[in-house]
Design a protein around this ligand. Structure first.
Ligand SMILES: Cc1cc2nc3c(=O)[nH]c(=O)nc-3n(C[C@H](O)[C@H](O)[C@H](O)COP(=O)(O)OP(=O)(O)OC[C@H]3O[C@@H](n4cnc5c(N)ncnc54)[C@H](O)[C@@H]3O)c2cc1C
Length: 393
């Protein structure tokens, strides 16, 4: 096994990799550009495939303490509020996939990962910007930081990816997401269903669910826009604009948005499939190599799976790190590319796109709405049923 690793980026992917490596006795240092560690004030869906990895890392109890287990995956019509699809998650996931489906606040998961990583001896340097890599070293604020392995877990604007693949920059998908949380206590009782709910509509969709044991309602409101001029991909949004943008939607959503105190707008980017994810002993993971539209709630889950498979490959082929990284890429790329494509397809389904007022997505939702419980979950078997901790290498 390698003795030391330097990681660019202390996001969910970087910290999961740091913890997994440190548990194998590797000396790990993580460089994070932000002055302080933290995550955006929004929720995250942790599907069973992600929970299997986090469970193996020993984090089940801490996550359980801050999570919310949704009853159903539910699709509703965004204007009428009519139920279109209902699939039991709480009753089925543990039994069918061997792990639960949970909702967490990102900051809670981030804190849990950070604390576990530090306990395991991981060093985290904040205010440390990675600008690239050389054989044997990460370049951090003008100095070379040496380690046996370098990991680019620095997200969609990755400096490591930019150096490895200068012609494969991120591209705007024409989708904007408003996100934020509202204290449940500030809303009428029972306003938001206790589910992972997708409210579908023409040209947009809204996701609602509870986090922090039910204390907060998280929302993501997606709209199609081709007028994004801001070179930044994230900016503060005005709650009044959010209300205006979704004015024609169901009254319960308007009540929810009326209680929003602060919201951020995210321009959603992805990038073309990269030819490879490693260069010598430098490797990519998470959004740095496969940013995924959030319409399958799988981006962070894929970063978490990457970390697990990467560490297993390094153990398995301990004598040849570049070969281990090549093997990791071959194992991971088909799955992440497939999920990126599935997420893109969901845009058309959730936004009722296409001729005749979205007749095809409406028909698909109608059919899905008539599947009995287990059958409704079946399309997700390949996603949630996967176990990165035991998948054949
Ligand atoms: C609206 C929305 C909803 C989503 N919902 C879900 C969901 O429910 N479930 C799910 O699984 N996924 C979801 N995702 C996707 C998920 O957020 C991402 O896939 C995940 O955060 C990627 O993790 P990462 O660690 O690869 O990258 P990031 O989270 O982007 O972390 C990268 C880190 O690197 C740091 N960094 C960047 N550049 C440098 C540098 N040069 N030097 C040092 N540090 C640097 C950054 O500051 C950051 O801390 C959602 C995404 C969006 C936009």
């Amino acid at each position: 096994m390698i003795r030391s690793a330097n990681i660019a980026g202390a996001g969910i992917g970087g910290l999961t990799a740091a913890l997994a490596l440190a548990q194998q006795g590797v000396e790990v240092c993580v460089f994070e550009q932000a002055a302080a560690l933290g995550e955006v004030g929004a929720g995250l869906q942790l599907s069973p495939n992600a929970m299997k990895v986090l469970g193996q890392l020993g984090l089940n109890a801490q996550i359980d303490a801050v999570a919310y287990a949704p009853e159903l995956a539910r699709i509703k019509h965004g204007v009428t509020g009519r139920d279109l699809v209902r699939v039991p998650l709480r009753a089925q996931c543990d039994r069918v996939y061997g792990a639960p489906y949970l909702h967490v606040h990102r900051a809670d998961l981030h804190r849990i990962l950070e604390e576990a990583a530090r306990r395991q001896g991981v060093r985290i340097e904040t205010g440390a910007t990675v600008t690239g890599y050389r054989a044997g070293a990460l370049l951090v604020d003008g100095s070379e930081r040496h380690a046996d392995l370098r990991i680019g877990a620095d997200g969609i604007r990755s400096a490591i990816t930019a150096q490895m693949h200068p012609h494969h920059g991120p591209r705007f998908t024409g989708q904007l997401a408003w996100r934020g949380t509202v204290p449940t206590a500030n809303l009428p009782k029972g306003l938001i269903p206790p589910d992972a709910t997708v409210w579908v509509g023409q040209g947009g969709h809204i996701v609602t669910y509870y986090v922090r044991g039910g204390q907060l309602v998280n929302f993501v409101a997606v709209e199609e826009r081709d007028d994004w001029q801001n070179p930044d991909w994230r900016q503060q949004g005005a709650p009044a604009d959010l209300l205006t943008r979704f004015a024609g939607w169901h009254p319960d959503l308007k009540t929810l948005f009326g209680a929003v105190q602060s919201t951020y707008l995210w321009a959603l980017f992805d990038r073309p499939e990269l030819p490879c994810w490693s260069d010598g002993s430098t490797v990519l993971l998470g959004d740095a190599c496969h940013p995924t539209l959030p319409f399958m709630a799988q981006g962070a889950a894929m970063a978490i799976e990457d970390a697990s498979v990467l560490v297993r490959c390094l153990k398995h082929r301990a004598q040849d790190v570049p070969a281990a990284l090549g093997h990791y890429t071959r194992l991971r790329k088909p799955r992440t590319t497939h999920l990126q494509a599935r997420a893109r397809k969901n845009a058309a389904l959730f936004h009722l796109s296409g001729p005749f007022g979205g007749a095809v997505p409406k028909l698909k939702l109608f059919i899905a709405g008539h599947f009995p419980d287990r059958l409704g979950l079946r399309p997700f078997d390949e996603v949630y049923g996967y176990d990165a901790t035991t998948a054949p290498l």
